[in-house]
Design a protein. Structure first.
Length: 46
């Protein structure tokens, strides 16, 4: 299954995501630790 990385907008395979955050009852998938770091910093998608 593909989910969009909320930082760079790339499609991320949920089984191969480098970083997964659980936010409430939703999951966010990231293509790289860099994207996850930016997400944490900016709180995109909240
Ligand atoms: Zn990314």
């Amino acid at each position: 299954m593909l989910e969009k990385d909320p930082v760079c907008g790339k499609d991320v395979d949920t089984e191969k995501a480098i970083v997964i955050f659980k936010m409430g009852d939703r999951y966010r998938y990231f293509c790289s630790e860099e994207c996850a770091r930016i997400f944490q910093k900016t709180k995109l998608g909240l």
